[in-house]
Design a binder for this molecule. Structure first.
Ligand code: THG
Length: 264
């Protein structure tokens, strides 16, 4: 499973503060911590409060680059912030994200080609997030078609069925799982699938968040999830992930498989 660390996001107070005060050590510490917890890439999002998102993205990417050359997922809805972030990346970047709007797809698939980036496609459009898997699949088809049109390999595309908080959108979780299963049939090679896992527990009681996250991740892995934006520093979550992969025959069994994985 491809793991994208979620922590460098201005949604978190410590990150928002570090951006404001240009405190490199907080960001570099979070980058190295997530890498030590087996992140394969790092999500980079300046957050909703940033007054100058372009400047903040440039500072974040440059700050991270000083300590690692791991791949970055540039997480922004703004075209100019996206291009600036991509242009600064050392390793193959990930565009986080495109949706099924025609103009969005045109501009972002062009950027994906220009910067040889992988791309996350959200199954949503101007009308929002469909309530069922059929609606999500219609949008997924549009994204796949656009990807092919731009001559991008469909296995460079990560479809994101967009999980919503279970406390306000309880019926969505099972629709997301069905979308993950069905997405595989949209192209050959099959598009990959990804989730912003922690969305599912947003707003739930703090003592249940980790449990909700790891239970849903286990279910998503059983349905074929390929990648996740998640808290790689959550040990119980990571233990569930490794165990789910073991049971799906994605890891080799041995009696001390958790220790074996950690040593890898
Ligand atoms: N899909 C894609 N990208 C995404 C998302 C997605 N990027 C952002 C987000 N969703 C994934 N990242 C997070 C990061 C944190 C939380 C949720 C999703 C989160 N944080 C806690 C909260 O808000 O309750 C804790 C905040 C805190 O401690 O301050 O839930 O879906 N492609």
């Amino acid at each position: 499973m491809f793991l994208i660390g979620e922590r460098i996001n201005g949604m978190f107070k410590d990150v928002a503060k570090a951006i404001k005060e240009k405190d490199k050590s907080v960001i570099q510490g979070l980058a190295l911590k997530q890498i030590s917890c087996k992140a394969n890439a790092l999500d980079v999002n300046v957050g909703p409060a940033s007054s100058n998102p372009k400047e903040a993205m440039e500072w974040l990417v440059k700050t991270i680059k000083e300590v690692t050359d791991i791949s970055l997922a540039i997480d922004t809805t703004k075209q100019d912030v996206m291009e600036l972030g991509l242009s600064l990346c050392k390793s193959k970047p990930i565009i986080n994200s495109v949706n099924a709007n025609e103009e969005k797809m045109n501009s972002l698939f062009s950027l994906a080609k220009k910067y040889n980036a992988s791309i996350i496609g959200l199954t949503m459009d101007k009308a929002g997030i469909p309530k069922d898997s059929e609606g999500r699949m219609e949008l997924a088809m549009k994204i796949v078609a656009s990807c092919v049109e731009y001559g991008i390999d469909t296995n460079e595309l990560y479809l994101d069925a967009v999980i919503l908080p279970v406390n306000v959108a309880q019926s969505h979780a099972k629709e997301v799982l069905k979308t993950i299963r069905d997405s595989k049939m949209l192209a050959d090679p099959a598009p990959k699938t990804v989730l912003g896992l922690s969305n599912v527990s947003q707003g739930s009681s703090a003592e249940y968040k980790s449990l909700i996250n790891r239970t849903f991740l286990t279910m998503a892995i059983a349905n074929g999830l390929d990648a996740a934006i998640l808290d790689v520093t959550d040990k119980e979550l990571m233990d569930s992930l490794i165990t789910a992969e073991l049971l799906m025959e994605k890891q080799l069994y041995c009696d001390s498989y958790l220790e074996a994985y950690r040593k890898k």
